[in-house]
Design a protein around this ligand. Structure first.
Ligand code: AMP
Length: 423
C-alpha cells in the first residue's frame, strides 16, 4: 500500500498532512505525486472531491522547499483556477500543507480591491493562486513578474474553458517561460480541452481516476415530480429527513434567489450564493453554511465551483443542469474523500432529455423513486411508455405546462398546507 512517506515527501509536509488526519494518499494523489516530483507534465482527469488539490500542492511544496534559496520570494509556482472560491480554497490548502515551510503563498482574484493584492505581491511570493482576469490585470499593470515560473497548474481546466477563459489562458501562456512544468487537472475532456492540453503540455503523464472510483460513495436518486411541486417536495424532504446541511443547485441566479426566499418562508433557514453576489456576501454565505447557521445553501453551477465542505451529506438538483458534465461536478460536492453522501434530483417531465444525457454520460441509469403525495403528472409516465410517440409526449408536456400556468393564474397549484409546515 502506498503511504505518504513512501512517496518521498519531506518531513515538514508529512507533519502537516498527519495533522489534517490523512492516513493514506487518495488514488489521484498516489498516481500524481511521483510524476510531479519527477518534474513531468501531467494531464489528470479527476473531479473535485478526489483529493486533487493535495495531489498537486504537496509535491509542488516539496519542490519549492528544495529549490535554491536565491530564488525565494519570486513567483515560481502559478496555480490558475476558474473561480474566486476555488482560488481561495487552493490557497488555504497550500497554507495548511505548507505551514511548517518558509514558503509564502498568495491569492489574487477579481471582485475585490486590487491595491492590497499589489502590496502583497510587492512583498514577494513563492506560490501564486489566481483567477485569469485578475492575473492579467496585474500583469498589464506591470505588477507581476512571471519570468521565474517553474510550474504552472491549470485547475478545473474544463470549467475555465466553459467560462470562456480560453483567450485569457492563451495570453497567460505568453507571459510564462517556455521551459516549465505544466499540470492540467480537469473532470472532463472535451475536444477543445484536448487541443489545449496538446498545445501546453510536453509528453504528459496521463492520469485517469475512473469516474466510478470517485462517485461510488454517492448514492444517486431521481424523484420524478411536477414542476410546480418541486419546492414543496424539497421542503418535505428536508423536514422528513431532518437534513441539516443541504446544497441545492438551480440553473439561474434569479431561481436561486427565489428558492432561497421561499424556503426561508417555509421556516428553513436558507441562503443563496451566485455570481451577482459580492465576494463578501459569498464568503459570509459559505461561512454561515459551514458553521450550521443556515441549513440550506442554494447555488448556481458557477458559484459552486471550489466549494469544499467537509462531509457534505446532501446535494439536491432542484433543476438538472443543461450540460451533463455539470451533474458530475455537482454530485462531486458530496461523498468526498471517503465519506458517503446522497445526490437527489427533482426532475419534471420537461427535463427528461437532460436526465437521459446524464445517464448516458455516467453510463448507468439513476434510480427513480416517486415520493407519495408528489406524484408527477401524466407527461412523466408517458416517457416510460414506448407506445407514446415523441410528438405526443411534447404535446402533453406543453398541455400540462399550460394547465399549470392557468392554475397559477387562479391561485391554485400552491403547496398543500400542512405538508411543508415547519414541525
Ligand atoms: P479536493 O478534491 O482537493 O477538493 O479534496 C477533497 C477533500 O478531501 C478535501 O476536504 C481534503 O481535505 C480531503 N483530502 C484530501 N486528501 C486526503 C487524504 N489523503 N485523506 C483524506 N482526506 C483527504
Amino acid at each position: 500500500m502506498k503511504t505518504f512517506e513512501r512517496l518521498g515527501l519531506s518531513a515538514e509536509i508529512l507533519r502537516a498532512i498527519a495533522a489534517e488526519g490523512y492516513t493514506k494518499p487518495t488514488p489521484v494523489q498516489a498516481a500524481t505525486i511521483p510524476h510531479v516530483l519527477a518534474g513531468r507534465d501531467v494531464l489528470a482527469c479527476a473531479q473535485t472531491g478526489t483529493g486533487k488539490t493535495a495531489a498537486f500542492t504537496l509535491p509542488l511544496l516539496h519542490q519549492l522547499q528544495h529549490s535554491p534559496r536565491e530564488h525565494a520570494r519570486r513567483i515560481r509556482t502559478l496555480v490558475v483556477t476558474p473561480t474566486r472560491e476555488l482560488a481561495a480554497q487552493v490557497e488555504s490548502s497550500i497554507k495548511t500543507y505548507g505551514q511548517h515551510l518558509p514558503i509564502r503563498a498568495a491569492v489574487v482574484f477579481g471582485g475585490v480591491g486590487i491595491q492590497p493584492q499589489i502590496r502583497l505581491l510587492r512583498r514577494g511570493v513563492d506560490i501564486l493562486v489566481a483567477t485569469p482576469g485578475r492575473l492579467l490585470d496585474l500583469a498589464n499593470q506591470g505588477e507581476l513578474d512571471l519570468s521565474h515560473i517553474q510550474c504552472l497548474v491549470l485547475d478545473e481546466a474544463d470549467r475555465m474553458l466553459d467560462m470562456g477563459f480560453i483567450h485569457d489562458i492563451r495570453r497567460i501562456m505568453k507571459l510564462l517561460p517556455e521551459k516549465r512544468q505544466t499540470l492540467l487537472f480537469s473532470a472532463t475532456f472535451s475536444k477543445e480541452l484536448k487541443r489545449l492540453a496538446g498545445r501546453i503540455l510536453r509528453h504528459p503523464e496521463h492520469i485517469e481516476i475512473a469516474r466510478n472510483e470517485t462517485s461510488h460513495q454517492v448514492e444517486q436518486r431521481v424523484h420524478p415530480v411536477g414542476k410546480s411541486e418541486k419546492r414543496a417536495l424539497l421542503a418535505h424532504l428536508i423536514h422528513t429527513g431532518n437534513w441539516r446541511q443541504v446544497l441545492v443547485f438551480t440553473k439561474t441566479k434569479h431561481g436561486a434567489n427565489r428558492l432561497s426566499r421561499q424556503l426561508d418562508d417555509d421556516g428553513i433557514k436558507t441562503t443563496a450564493i451566485h455570481g451577482n453576489k459580492s465576494q463578501t456576501a459569498r464568503t459570509k454565505a459559505l461561512k454561515d453554511f459551514k458553521a450550521g447557521r443556515v441549513r440550506v445553501l442554494v447555488a448556481t453551477d458557477i458559484a459552486a465551483r471550489g466549494l469544499d465542505i467537509e462531509q457534505l451529506p446532501h446535494v439536491i438538483n432542484f433543476e438538472l443542469p443543461h450540460v451533463p458534465e455539470d451533474y458530475v461536478h455537482r454530485i462531486g460536492r458530496t461523498g468526498r474523500a471517503g465519506h458517503t453522501g446522497e445526490a437527489v434530483s427533482l426532475v419534471c417531465a420537461e427535463e427528461a432529455g437532460l436526465l437521459h444525457g446524464i445517464e448516458r454520460l455516467i453510463q448507468s441509469p439513476i434510480l427513480q423513486q416517486v415520493v407519495p403525495g408528489f406524484e408527477p403528472d401524466r407527461a412523466w409516465s408517458d416517457l416510460k411508455d414506448e407506445n407514446v410517440t415523441r410528438s405526443k409526449r411534447r404535446a402533453r408536456i406543453k398541455k400540462s405546462a399550460a394547465k399549470r400556468e392557468n392554475d397559477r393564474g387562479r391561485g391554485a397549484g400552491r403547496p398543500r398546507q400542512g405538508r411543508d409546515a415547519t414541525p
